[in-house]
Design a protein around this ligand. Structure first.
Ligand SMILES: C[S@@+](CC[C@H](N)C(=O)[O-])C[C@H]1O[C@@H](n2cnc3c(N)ncnc32)[C@H](O)[C@@H]1O
Length: 640
């Protein structure tokens, strides 16, 4: 029974599990934990914990076929796969000095995983590595992953962080949990079926250290649940709910809460039916359900965009390709974008024509890249708002959009004010010069849809003192941990996908350091031979309390100054609220780079141009060296 209804949330985090002891009566185990107690699944050992292959072999006179588990027939396949997560025996220690234990562990791990696959379980929980050495454990898991069906493996990791400057004498024995997870998955080559189950303990690492986990696909185990968690724990749990994690409660109850958990507001019990309190962890489940239900519903726009979260898309190429009708329709729904443009045009018109000249001077305004006409409408509304007279040209190179433009102009009765030019702005031979040039040729990374090249071509017909809206735009990047994106790129099994930029609604990512500006373009640009090639070297610092972090690539954004103080953009610290026309861009790295506080991440970005294409190249030179990505635009480029 899910934790509750939260408008718009269809993620896995609605389901809550419970860790149980071994019970060879599995139907009874489900009955006592699911139906009557309200959990959605159990994390249960699949084998008797006293089982040891070496002992069985002795008892069986060396027989290889061992009765290590009960029958699969006790549950239906659907029950096995929906309600049981296999808990791999916690005694296994694949890096033990004791050879018998080590070999027993390896055999058991393989047998249990094979059995869980046979049962079609969705996942198995692997015990945390025992010490600081886990190479053999990782090697076996890696081996298993090579032949695994769809089952996921969740490596249990206790959530601890060792401070870099810790003076704790015992800290030598402690391993930072994120470091442990990171090196284990590196050994397993970032396999997409290996993720982590974090054991949340009573003390928590710093917020920055915790932030690193948001870039993982993770699963949460709460080993010491309290009916009321600290504010930081609550924030962590709700933050993780937002990243589709699942909670599993485990451990012994520490509270003797009578029926109807006292700390909860009335009506928030997950299941108020009789017998609900019979489960010893019931009050903790109610508390988790309370935290879940208390979260704000997803805003309407977030709900629409759920399907796009962490989904890689090829960036648009509006210059080389002709956009489709539905793409224009999506643009046109973004009222905020056009409100910003209208505000900018209003300011420009007022600066251009003084109030006393409003009725005598006509401003020539050209919308270049007019699409189906929303900026033409914004311009005419700005004219009306300011009482300024306008003559408008709508220049568009997509003949299909021009058809719509014509019918719009006719329908609105704009024929005397608006002239439609079906032409590439770089080649139009204009009969007069513009006072104001309005365009929206911006990509998620600002210049990546070739606004600089198009506007350089168009400024021939802008008066020397004319205004360009936008007047400038800047791209930004920041390093991110993004396991899912990295794995999705890797799944293509070629270099070219690692040398391509993707448009993506970033969700399960950890942003490791604030974004920094990369390239700026200003319009009009009257400098002779003003080149649009750019090079930028940046150094990012990882905050001290984050600990080590893995960089899978860079998130890219833009901010544009339309006119004066009117701006529009997606750089997170200044992003235009409620504007949804642009997702971020993602530049992957072929090999993830581990960065530690105190050693900056040095990154280089180039914007390169030739006669027929523009492309980016990028690399990292510190703390370690990456290859140069996308040399000569061999994998990804934008056509001129
Ligand atoms: C991002 S869309 C914006 C469309 C419209 N202004 C809007 O806001 O819905 C960019 C438009 O510019 C057009 N475009 C791109 N490069 C152009 C060029 N060189 N000359 C004329 N139109 C161009 C594209 O066909 C597309 O319709």
């Amino acid at each position: 029974m899910p934790l509750g209804d939260r408008a718009g949330d269809k993620s896995e985090s609605r389901y809550c599990g419970v860790e149980t002891e071994f019970d060879d009566d599995v139907p009874q185990l489900l009955l006592s934990n699911l139906s009557s107690a309200g959990f959605d699944f159990v994390v249960a050992p699949l084998m008797d914990p006293s089982y040891r292959p070496s002992l069985m072999r002795k008892e069986n006179g060396g027989s290889a076929v061992l009765p290590f588990a009960g029958s699969d027939l006790v549950l239906s396949p659907a029950q096995w796969s929906s309600h049981v997560v296999g808990k791999i025996s916690s005694w296994i220690d694949l890096d033990s000095e004791d050879e018998i234990l080590r070999i027993d562990s390896e055999t058991t791990l393989k047998q249990e995983i094979a059995w869980a696959s046979h049962l079609s379980l969705q996942a198995c929980l692997l015990p945390a590595p025992k010490g600081t050495s886990y190479a053999n454990y990782a090697r076996c898991v890696h081996q298993i992953l090579q032949g695994l069906n769809n089952m996921q493996l969740w490596l249990r990791i206790p959530l601890v962080k060792v401070d870099e400057d810790s003076t704790d004498v015992n800290s030598d024995n402690l391993v930072d949990s994120w470091d442990l997870w990171n090196s284990f998955r590196l050994l397993c080559e970032h396999h997409s079926q290996l993720s982590t189950a974090i054991d949340v303990l009573s003390t928590l690492p710093s917020p920055n250290a915790l932030g690193r986990w948001f870039g993982e696909s993770c699963f949460l185990t709460n080993s010491r649940g309290y009916p009321c968690l600290s504010k930081r724990h609550q924030k962590l749990i709700t933050g993780l709910f937002n990243h589709s994690i699942q909670v599993v409660l485990s451990g012994k109850p520490l509270h003797n809460v009578s029926k109807g958990s006292a700390d909860l507001p009335t009506g928030l019990n997950k299941n108020s039916s009789d017998g609900a309190q019979s489960h010893p962890l019931r009050c903790y489940l109610d508390y988790i359900a309370f935290l879940y239900q208390r979260m704000d519903p997803l805003p309407e726009q977030e709900r629409i965009e759920l399907g796009y979260r962490d989904f890689l898309q090829a960036p648009l190429q509006p210059l080389m390709d002709n956009l489709e009708s539905q793409t224009y329709e999506t643009f046109e729904k973004d009222a905020v974008k056009y409100i910003q443009y209208q505000r900018a045009i209003v300011k420009a018109l007022k600066d251009r024509v003084a109030d006393e000249n409003a009725s005598s001077i006509t401003t020539v305004l050209m919308v270049v890249g007019a699409g189906r006409g929303p900026l033409v409408r914004a311009a005419l509304q700005a004219g009306e708002e300011t009482g300024r007279k306008l003559k408008v040209y709508a220049v568009e190179k997509n003949p299909n959009a021009v058809v719509t433009l014509h019918s719009l102009v006719k329908m609105e009765g704009w024929e005397r004010i608006v002239t439609i030019i079906s032409c590439d702005m770089r080649h139009w031979d204009a009969s007069e010069q513009a006072d104001i040039l309005v365009s929206e040729l911006l990509g998620s990374f600002g210049d990546n849809e070739l606004s600089p090249e198009c506007l350089d071509g168009a400024q021939r017909f802008l008066k020397q003192d004319g205004i360009s809206i936008p007047s400038s735009y800047t791209s930004f990047i920041q390093p991110i941990t993004a396991s899912k994106l990295y794995n999705d790129v890797k799944a293509h099994k070629d270099v070219s996908h690692f040398e391509t930029a993707y448009v993506v609604k970033l969700h399960n990512v950890a942003r490791l350091s604030p974004p920094q500006p990369v390239f700026t373009f200003t319009h009009p640009n009257w400098t002779p031979d003003g080149s649009n090639q750019r090079y930028q070297k940046l150094a990012f610092e990882i905050p001290n309390d984050t600990g080590a972090a893995l960089v899978h690539g860079f998130a890219g954004y833009f901010d544009a100054t339309l006119y004066g103080d009117v701006h529009l953009g997606i750089e997170p610290s200044t992003a235009t609220p409620n504007m949804f026309s642009w997702f971020a861009i993602f530049f992957p790295l072929r090999t993830p780079i581990c960065v530690r506080p105190g050693s900056p991440l040095e990154v280089h970005f180039w914007r390169c141009c030739s006669s027929h294409k523009v492309w980016y190249e990028w690399c990292v030179t510190s703390p370690s060296q990456s290859p140069l990505h996308n040399c000569n635009g061999r994998s990804y480029w934008v056509g001129l």
